[in-house]
Each structure stands twice: as structure tokens, then as C-alpha cells.
Design a protein around this ligand. Structure first.
Ligand SMILES: [Zn+2]
Length: 319
């Protein structure tokens, strides 16, 4: 079930990020550490969505542990801090954003011009740092789905790194949303055969305490593979054995809501596999939507499908 009830004492509690407001860069809630030696610039971002704070807990754990690069550089950032400041345990789904979804504003055009929403102003403030990242991990969580997964975007290099990470164990290769560009969709991270890589980790359900564990372990594994932090410094969060390569789900289509009467036929939990092609899975106005092939995977079905927004992605296991 989608969670609309108040936060309970057993849920993951929001962290205090105020001690991390003054970073060591010109940007509030942005921390940057340069080893002074050659190597990639690795960036861990949290709080792209204000109610997804498991990633912020991971960022704080890394900062509190004093993790520093021995080569290259490391940035740890908290993005939509204004939305997070509005988090209300009585209405925990309400603080995703203030004026618009911050993870739909990362096209070059949106960064350069247009409505100066609170989220775009913050994105424009962060972009000079993000634009210098060679390896970027954007930490998120999900409203209903409990199975963590990595979104690697459309590039082969993103897919390869996400599979090698092995954490989370499922990689979804998709092409973003009709509603706007995610950070991982920016051309910097998608164009050309080689170049910077950005991945988006969905670490589990927003308020599941395990999502903070997954976020921290995934960030640690990302830093390990980047080679800028010795494994010994990350050992509290690294698995004892090297993870197997993650399984890959290729998204074949993104279903965008076309009417005000979109209904799923049943409540999908995310990563549900529908065995037979031609199975009705939703209605959109008069239109009945059918699975296009056998073993169709329902990826991140929306709890509140709205016209013009993504309802669900359809995919299949490729590896
Ligand atoms: Zn998110």
C-alpha cells in the first residue's frame, strides 16, 4: 500500500541537516574535498526530493566519519533543502518539492532560462559543481516500492558501471520522463561514447529504516569503485564479498498518463512480473493498456497517476 498515514516511531526518522548547512564551498549544503592529487571528481547527492531523506542520512554518515579522498576529489551535497525543511511527520508525502519537481529541471534549457522556481534557482546554484563531476550518484527512495534498484539512464557507460557496482542488485535502463529532464539525463552524462557518468539509486521505501542502510552501502560501494577512497575507510559499509554484477532490466516503453481517468487494474508494488503478453494492466480514459510481451516487468508504478506524468515503465530482464 502507498503510505499516506503519519510517520510512526518505527519509521526512518528525518535527520538534522542544519549542522551541514555551511559547507566548505560557496554553495550552502555542499561539501567538497580535494585531495590535491589526480583522479576523478566523485559527487554524492541527496535530497533531490525533500521527503527522500535516506540519502541525506548516508551523506551525513560519510561526513561524520570524515571520509576524504586520497586522490581526486569528493563532493557531498543536499539538494532540495527547502522542501526537506517543510517535512511534516503528520503528512510525510507532502514535502517532495516546493514549487516543482526538482528532478525534472536539469535540461540545459531549463538550467539556462525560464521560470525561476525555487527548485530551478537551487539547481542553477548547484550546477557549476555538478558540471565538474566525473562520477555522480543521486540518492533517492520510493513511495511504495520496497525493492531497491539503480536507474542508469540510456548510456552504455552508465549501464556498465551500475552493473559492476552490483548494489542494488537490479539495474533499470530507461530514458527518463516526458515531464522533464532528470539530473542523470543531462547531456553531460549521456552523450558520446565516453565521459562522465551519473546514476540514480532508488534505495527502497522512503521511511523504511533499511533504505538508509541501502543508501549508505550503495554510496560506499560507489566510492570504492571510483578508487578515490581506500576500501579500508569504507569497510563499515562494504559487503564482505564482492557483489555479483547486477541484473539488468531494459525499459521498452514509458507509459505517460493521457487522461484524467487513469486506473491500474490492480495495485502493483513495483518490479511485478506479468507472465503473459496481452494482459490488461491499466485503463487510461477509454483505452485499455495491455502488456506488450511475456514476463513484462512493472517498474515504479505511480501511486497518483496524473495527466502528462509517468504512470509506469514497462521492461524486461535482459541479463
Ligand atoms: Zn526521488
Amino acid at each position: 500500500m502507498a503510505r499516506i498515514d503519519p510517520l510512526s516511531p518505527d519509521d526512518l526518522q528525518p535527520p538534522d541537516i542544519i549542522p551541514w548547512q555551511v559547507g566548505n564551498s560557496d554553495i550552502p549544503f555542499a561539501h567538497h574535498f580535494d585531495s590535491g592529487r589526480p583522479g576523478p571528481h566523485v559527487l554524492i547527492n541527496a535530497l533531490m526530493h525533500g521527503n527522500e531523506y535516506s540519502g541525506a542520512i548516508a551523506g551525513i554518515r560519510l561526513l561524520e566519519a570524515g571520509i576524504r579522498p586520497t586522490n581526486g576529489s569528493l563532493s557531498i551535497t543536499f539538494a532540495n533543502v527547502e522542501a526537506f525543511a517543510q517535512f511534516d511527520p503528520q503528512f510525510p508525502i507532502m514535502s517532495r518539492y516546493v514549487e516543482e519537481d526538482m528532478n525534472r529541471v536539469w535540461s540545459p534549457a531549463s538550467l539556462a532560462e525560464g521560470w525561476p522556481s525555487l527548485e530551478r534557482r537551487r539547481a542553477r546554484e548547484l550546477w557549476p559543481l555538478f558540471a565538474r563531476a566525473d562520477l555522480l550518484l543521486d540518492l533517492h527512495s520510493m513511495q511504495a516500492d520496497r525493492i531497491p534498484l539503480m536507474l542508469c539512464g540510456p548510456s552504455a557507460r552508465g549501464r556498465d558501471l551500475a552493473r559492476r557496482l552490483g548494489m542494488p542488485g537490479i539495474v533499470v535502463a530507461d530514458r527518463g520522463h516526458a515531464g522533464g529532464s532528470r539530473l542523470i539525463d543531462h547531456p553531460r552524462f549521456t552523450q558520446g561514447d565516453q565521459g562522465p557518468i551519473a546514476l540514480l539509486a532508488e534505495c527502497g521505501q522512503h521511511w523504511d529504516p533499511d533504505s538508509a542502510v541501502v543508501a549508505t552501502q550503495t554510496a560506499a560501494r560507489f566510492l570504492q569503485l571510483s578508487g578515490i577512497v581506500p576500501a579500508s575507510a569504507l569497510s563499515p559499509w562494504l559487503p564482505s564479498v564482492e557483489p555479483a554484477p547486477a541484473r539488468l532490466v531494459e525499459v521498452t516503453e514509458t507509459v505517460t498518463v493521457g487522461s484524467d481517468r487513469f486506473r491500474f487494474r490492480k495495485e502493483y508494488q513495483g518490479m511485478d512480473v506479468i507472465p503473459a503478453a496481452g494482459t490488461p494492466f491499466a485503463t487510461d480514459g477509454e483505452k485499455v493498456l495491455l502488456t506488450p510481451y511475456d514476463e513484462c516487468v512493472m517498474i515504479m508504478p505511480s501511486r497518483h497517476p496524473e495527466r502528462g506524468q509517468t504512470a509506469v515503465r514497462l521492461g524486461r530482464f535482459a541479463i
